[in-house]
Design a protein around this ligand. Structure first.
Ligand code: SAM
Length: 255
């Protein structure tokens, strides 16, 4: 049967998975094959592994996609559509804090809405198509930005030191069991402030029954991280830091 490149191409045939970086798809295939030698797969086994890898990747990212081409639907991200009203507020917080550098993990196309000339922006994502949009925006607007294919589930934590780290609408989906990845990332980020958000409405638009993530509060407490929270219509926000004066500054803003 086909080699790994063929299997990667098969997995990416689905429109919603097309943009995911090859190395991330490859890891999903290896994880789905559970030790089976993928260089010598029968037709049926290959079908099963392709299906499992797709499921795995959809859980990471596909469910937020409409599958429409990028050029015709730049607002296709669910979280972006939901957040339209909040961006001006978010930008005013960044201005007030005089933010000069941002690390955006699982960034999607969020950097397009908040990066500015004069800022150093690190945009990390598993989707190549999103990173292409972000890089185009950096170039067209002379922004000192870097894009990187990065998997939050990969146990690699080589993060740059920045004023802010953003983990927006991404932490719910990076642990299959427990919250090890979320814990490790929060403990390794070197930024002075971390902005985290979680959705509090379902894709259907209905409010979630239990929007509060107790597990997340436990992680913050265990890492002695202080936080200030704020709920918008669709998201729950956590502004996190070890530096209390910074949090006080945020809490005093007219949010
Ligand atoms: C709901 S979207 C949020 C995008 C952006 N942070 C925002 O708030 O606008 C979740 C994003 O996380 C990315 N993602 C999901 N799993 C990831 C992982 N393991 N590593 C890196 N990014 C991931 C998805 O590709 C998707 O762009």
């Amino acid at each position: 049967m086909g080699d790994i490149e063929d299997i990667i191409s098969k997995v990416r045939e689905k429109p919603e998975l097309k943009g995911i970086a090859k190395e991330v798809v490859k890891r999903a295939i290896i994880e789905s094959s559970k030790g089976i030698d993928i260089s010598n797969l029968g037709k049926n086994d290959e079908k099963i592994i392709v299906k499992l890898a797709r499921e795995l990747l959809r859980n990471k990212t596909g469910q937020y996609r409409t599958g429409k081409p990028v050029e015709t639907d730049s607002m296709r991200h669910y979280s972006i559509r939901q957040r339209e009203k909040f961006y001006p507020l978010l930008n005013s917080i960044l201005d007030s804090l005089k933010v000069k550098s941002i690390l955006d993990l699982g960034c999607g196309i969020n950097p397009v809405f908040i990066s500015k000339p004069g800022m150093k922006y690190y945009a990390y994502e598993i989707r190549e198509d999103d990173l292409e949009i972000v890089m185009k925006h950096f170039k067209e607007n002379s922004i000192d930005g870097t894009t990187k294919i990065y998997d939050l589930m990969s146990d690699s934590y080589d993060f740059p030191e920045t004023d802010i780290c953003m983990l927006m609408n991404v932490l719910d989906g990076i642990d299959k069991k427990g919250h090890r990845n979320a814990h490790n990332i929060l403990s390794r980020v070197k930024s002075r402030i971390i902005f985290v958000s979680f959705p509090i409405v379902k894709l259907s638009g209905k409010k979630m029954n239990r929007p509060r993530r107790e597990w997340f509060i436990k992680i913050l407490d265990s890492l002695h991280l202080k936080y200030y929270t704020l709920n918008t219509e669709t998201e729950s926000w956590y502004f996190i830091s070890r530096e209390e004066p910074l949090l006080q500054l945020i809490s005093k803003m007219q949010l």
